[in-house]
Design a protein around this ligand. Structure first.
Ligand code: X90
Length: 278
């Protein structure tokens, strides 16, 4: 069997992939006093706490071409997954790295995937690649399968604040102004274009979670895999998982804390849900 390597930027919230060669390429979070590298050493909770205590604007930076090339290493068949190209330059620099890599080594190949999403939806894609590889599928077959799979996965979010998204021009000020009002939760999804689309504003998590599930079903969820990442809000993730399992007892749900990049934008209390859909 041929050997593959999977490379994803750190917005996938993944640090390793068991036995398969995997590298996470960190984005950076840049605050006035400090730069945080979104790698395994980052203390996410500390970063979120630091950022909450400052009024100054912070920003982020995507990996550069060299970062991607370094992660590709000497692998011959690479699956490379990025955060949505609509909101980040990560895909662009990965694409330049792919061109350079394939030109320098004509026998090597990079299958580059624009997730048009982030976080838990990227994790589903990575897991799909692993499953197909373990079934013995060829590199080309897996590339095609992933393209189809992406049409059957979605990402939804629940956020308490859109401040960092608005400060960095990733959503409009108007969209951001409702969140930030005490108790308001914004529910939305990754649109087909790969940006944020607002679905509803709810007062309080108690109302938001059932609404979240209703929207998820409207999006086509019918019992498939679910991946939930949260920024310091395990309680909401657990409560949501219970609601979901009450209707879909066989649903396979995984809950985990988001890493740096997603925690920066989802902010304290935020929850991201990646799911399979019809
Ligand atoms: O290149 C960079 O500096 C990174 C910019 C990333 C901007 C958006 C990150 C969004 C993270 C927020 C909720 C989910 C949104 C899904 C939209 C596709 C998480």
């Amino acid at each position: 069997m041929y050997q593959i390597k999977i490379v994803a930027d750190s917005s996938a919230d993944m640090l390793e992939l068991g036995a398969l060669p995997f590298t996470s390429v960190p984005l950076k979070i840049i605050a006035s006093q400090k730069e945080y590298v979104d790698d395994a050493a980052l203390d996410v909770e500390q970063m979120v706490t630091d950022l909450l205590s400052t009024k100054e604007k912070s920003s982020t930076a995507c990996p550069c071409v060299g970062d991607w090339l370094e992660a590709f290493g000497e692998a011959e068949r690479i699956f490379c997954i990025t955060i949505t190209s609509t909101l980040s330059g990560s895909f662009n620099s990965a694409n330049s790295a792919k061109q350079a890599y394939e030109e320098a080594h004509p026998d090597r190949k990079v299958c580059l995937i624009d997730s048009l999403s982030t976080g838990p939806e990227m994790k589903l894609i990575v897991e799909k690649i692993r499953a197909e590889y373990e079934k013995g599928r060829s590199f080309e077959e897996i590339c095609r399968t992933v393209e189809t799979y992406q049409k059957h996965t979605g990402l939804m979010f629940m956020l308490e604040s859109l401040r960092n998204l608005a400060n960095n021009g990733r959503v409009s000020r108007l969209a951001a102004s409702a969140a930030g009002i005490l108790g308001i939760r914004v529910i939305g999804k990754a649109s087909e274009r790969g940006d944020l689309e607002q679905l509803a504003k709810c007062r309080g998590e108690k109302k938001a979670l059932p609404a979240f599930l209703r929207f998820m079903k409207e999006e086509g969820y019918c019992g498939g895999l679910v991946r939930i990442s949260h920024c310091l809000n395990e309680a909401a993730a657990q409560a949501f998982s219970q609601l979901l399992k009450a209707e879909f007892p066989k649903a396979q749900v995984e809950i985990y804390p988001s890493r740096g990049l997603c925690s920066f934008y989802a902010e304290k209390g935020g929850m991201l849900v990646g799911f399979e859909k019809a």
